[in-house]
Ligand binder design. Structure first.
Ligand code: GLV
Ligand code: MN
Ligand code: MN
Length: 405
């Protein structure tokens, strides 16, 4: 879609950032908070916003705002994020940011002037890829994440969030609940590429979100006995890698047994991590999700029991520690219905993916517009959306903004 997008002058923002943060090893993009690619993306965003006559500011939690007209409370705020998972795709996050800017550009070109404050908002670290907590910027803003805990988070290189914030020009003392910022948001709209196959089945280029699964992340640490791969008899081992292997199957089995639930181990670290070394410790990260809070918590209780049994069977121990939790979200019904009406009855769709709009929904009305994903693949370099569907998303956002503003 690159050439046509450029040729139309629409969604050209995706082309402008196409080379920022490419990951040659994993494929796709690795764009993580306050690292060079993220800073370059923020510069790009600022430049593009300024070209549209918007007024850019960065809040105390590192979220970037671009105001169309005067700043003020009770604004219509539209946005998403620019960071990615490791080896992520083109659309998850950036499509929402680019579409917001394009929708404003189209409104401006038509001579429309907002009657109430309006801003584009780019949240910091939605994916949690650097510091492990998804929706970091919105969690800090709402106070869902304690500022002291956030400052102490460390990345894979041992750099604390406090130090990384300082290096990026954000005062770590200012992190935390930001009531002034929340007061500025009358309602928040997030356009996002769909991350499943829902819109294929519904035969529509766009939908309005209805709900988000309850979800969370847990760190599971298996401890055994580090030893020599050649000199240690197979019967004499306490190998935490085997405890982890048994646990991965147990995680899958527990999720399958809980209808509609999902559980994933997508990340593993072995200490010390040598080919000829039996590990002393193995850490895996669990992502578990379900339609209801209780179902997700029950699933994790069941997984914890199975993981402990798996570790014991290998002479190891297992410790399960929660890193983050997001309760199920039912989006504001009045706002959802208003969007469906202004978009001539487009379908509504639940999602299994987490979003800043979900975090903010505990404090103010939020809504999401999904753009069809023709393969349903996301969090992958293969993630895709057609130009026509992306343009349908921009048109939907323009229409909704025209009515709300
Ligand atoms: C974010 O995309 C998530 O659902 O983890
Ligand atoms: Mn994502
Ligand atoms: Mn996203």
């Amino acid at each position: 879609m690159t050439a046509p997008a450029t040729a139309h002058g629409l969604l050209s923002g995706l082309d402008e950032i196409a080379d920022i943060g490419r990951d040659a090893r994993r494929g796709g993009y690795s764009r993580h908070l306050w690292q060079p690619a993220d800073l370059e993306l923020r510069d790009w965003f600022t430049g593009r916003a300024v070209r549209l006559g918007l007024d850019v500011e960065i809040d105390r939690n590192g979220n970037t705002w671009a105001w169309w007209g005067p700043r003020g409370d009770d604004a219509i705020v539209v946005g998403s994020h620019l960071d990615s998972v490791p080896g992520g795709g083109t659309y998850d996050g950036p499509l929402g940011v680019v579409s917001a800017l394009d929708a404003i550009a189209r409104l401006q070109a038509s001579g429309f002037r907002p009657a109430r404050p309006c801003a584009v908002l780019v949240f910091a670290e939605e994916e949690g890829s650097r510091f492990g907590i998804a929706c970091l910027g919105s969690r800090l803003m709402t106070g869902a994440l304690d500022a002291g805990r956030a400052r102490a988070l460390v990345d894979a290189d041992g750099i604390s969030l406090e130090a990384a914030a300082s290096a990026a020009g954000i005062d770590p003392a200012g992190l935390g609940e930001d009531r002034a910022a929340l007061a500025r948001i009358g309602l928040f709209l997030e356009l996002h590429v769909e991350q499943g196959r829902g819109l294929i089945d519904l035969g529509s280029p766009v939908a309005v979100a209805s709900s988000i699964l309850a979800h969370g992340r847990w760190r599971i640490t298996f401890t055994g006995e580090g030893n020599h791969a050649g000199a240690t008899r197979m019967t004499d081992r306490r190998d935490p890698m085997l405890a982890a292997a048994r646990s991965m199957l147990a995680v899958r089995d527990a999720a399958v047994a809980s209808t509609g639930s999902r559980a994933t181990i997508g990340r593993i670290e072995a200490v010390p991590g040598g080919t000829n070394v039996i590990s002393s410790q193995v850490t895996v990260w669990l992502d578990a999700r379900a339609a209801e809070d209780a179902a997700a918590q029950d699933l994790v209780t069941e997984i914890t029991a199975r993981v402990s049994a798996a570790a014991a069977a290998e002479g190891c121990t297992a410790v399960v520690a929660e890193e983050s939790w997001s309760g199920a979200v039912a989006f504001d019904e009045a706002l959802r219905d208003r969007l469906v009406h202004s978009l001539h009855g487009v379908p509504t769709l639940p999602t299994g993916a987490g979003h800043d709009a979900g975090v903010l929904s505990s404090r103010l009305p939020t809504a999401m517009i999904f753009v069809r994903n023709p393969t349903g693949v996301s969090h992958s370099p293969e993630e895709f959306a057609t130009l026509d569907d992306c343009l349908a998303g921009v048109a939907a956002l323009e229409q909704v903004l025209r009515e709300l503003l």
